[in-house]
Design a binder for this molecule. Structure first.
Ligand code: DAK
Length: 261
């Protein structure tokens, strides 16, 4: 493990965990922390990980936003560069070829909410508090929040959350369609995560990547182009050994053991 790194990457049983570890500032994101995050994302490309979990250190916060102390003295030019860089890193998160899950306990505010939105799935507990305080600071969400939240839940609900700076509880995140799963009091977050992990790891790895790529194409393509991308992704799947294994296992009534090729 690197000394003084605030982004801790571990890989175990094909599952990578990225821990944002800046607890004295409720895991706030500084510029150097974003650089470290980008480096860890690049390292992951060479790894055997099939799924990535993003977590914040401690139970009080996932990430309480961009580091306000750092931003306070930014000139407009520095703000522009910082936003561009933050958008680039979060786009890297969203474009990872393998599935990503944000586990939210405590605050996910501003840049923290945006990091969670750059992930594919959000699992939250009853302590989760999600929101965009930016307009109360005289700014707007700058790391993709205005776009990703709107793509996820639609114009009016997204604008409501951004203009009112309301904090959504875990249960409300579920009802707004922001969370995929709400872990009730008394339920184990680890058990819920294990369930997600084991069902995704059971699937054919190349099919998982192709499915993610095809679904993502729907956000940026016309239906016509999206269907072409789906066709190409499906054709890739049909060329894999795992496709044969999947079909044969079904016909032989046994569990497939995929090889990832
Ligand atoms: N930045 C820096 N430090 C933070 C922080 C943050 N976002 N959030 C918390 N901390 C620090 C606090 O300053 C405090 O440090 P010390 O005073 O102990 O040194 C420590 O974490 C513990 O926080 P509190 O004492 O405040 O803890 P409480 O439980 O009382 O309150 C809180 C928790 C999350 C409600 C509160 O800390 C809070 O309101 N924090 C700020 C949340 C926030 O506004 N987040 C959004 C930040 S804006 C852009 C770039 C990016 C973006 C936009 C534009 N440009 C370059 C222009 C994105 C913007 C954001 O994310």
């Amino acid at each position: 493990m690197e000394k003084n790194s605030k982004i801790i990457l571990t890989i175990e049983n094909e599952v990578a965990t990225i821990l944002i570890s800046n607890p004295s500032k409720l895991n706030a994101l500084s510029y150097s922390l974003l650089q470290d995050l980008e480096k860890k994302l690049d390292d992951l490309k060479q790894s055997s990980a099939k799924l990535i979990i993003f977590k914040g250190e401690g139970s009080k916060a996932f990430v309480a936003g961009a580091d306000i102390k750092e931003m306070v003295s930014f000139t407009p030019q520095q703000a522009y560069e910082y936003i561009k860089y933050g958008q680039k890193v979060f786009t890297k998160v969203s474009k990872l070829s393998i599935p990503t899950i944000a586990v939210i306990q405590g605050f996910a505010l501003g840049g923290g909410a945006e990091l969670a939105l750059a992930c594919d799935f959000r699992i939250v507990n009853s302590d989760a508090l999600f929101g965009f305080p930016e307009v109360q600071l005289g700014i707007i969400p700058g790391f993709g929040g205005t776009q990703r939240l709107t793509q996820l839940i639609g114009y009016s609900k997204s604008l409501e959350i951004i203009l009112t700076s309301k904090r959504l509880s875990g249960e409300e995140m579920l009802s707004y369609g922001i969370a995929n799963e709400f872990v009730k009091n008394g339920e184990s977050m680890d058990d819920v995560i294990d369930k997600w992990v084991s069902s995704i790891l059971k699937a054919a790895p190349i099919a998982v990547k192709m499915a993610k790529q095809a679904v993502q194409a729907s956000e940026t393509s016309s239906l016509e182009s999206g269907l072409v991308i789906e066709l190409m992704c499906e054709t890739v799947c049909f060329s894999t050994s795992d496709c044969k294994i999947g079909f044969e296992s079904f016909l032989e009534r046994k569990q497939p053991e995929f090889k990832g090729e």
